[in-house]
Design a protein. Structure first.
Length: 134
């Protein structure tokens, strides 16, 4: 029984080492990956048809606060300066889409308005749109 728990502990150690080697082999900083995931969640909440207006506002507000913190962490992450990852390069080339809260603040708009503008949607085009099947 004692050898089984020791074996389990060793398995956890090896799994941890394998995961850390995989992350370093990919050379993708976790802060940027987390930012990408949080930004995708914001866009998903923005487009989710199952949310009513009030629930959407609450969800988007919560996501924007989380996204603000994530963006600050990525901007301050000095490891990104030395990274040659295509993900890092693309993130900073597309600043307006990567850092929605900060770019939106620079343009005096919300993160959602910033995203809609970057993907070429406007309030007018949304209001003119008709719901239906294609």
């Amino acid at each position: 029984m004692k050898s089984l728990t020791r074996l389990t502990q060793l398995a956890f150690v090896f799994c941890g080492l394998a995961l850390s080697n995989l992350a370093s082999a990919n050379n993708e900083p976790l802060s940027l990956s987390n930012l990408e995931r949080e930004r995708a969640a914001l866009v998903q909440d923005l487009l989710d048809p199952s949310l009513d207006f009030e629930a959407r506002l609450v969800s988007i507000d919560r996501r924007q606060r989380q996204l603000t913190d994530m963006e600050r962490m990525v901007i301050r992450d000095e490891r990104l300066l030395a990274s040659k990852s295509p993900m890092v390069k693309r993130a900073f080339e597309k600043y307006e889409l990567t850092f929605l809260v900060h770019a939106g603040a620079e343009n005096n708009q919300t993160a959602t308005a910033q995203w809609l503008e970057q993907v070429n949607f406007s309030s007018q085009s949304i209001l003119r749109a008709k719901a239906g099947y294609r």
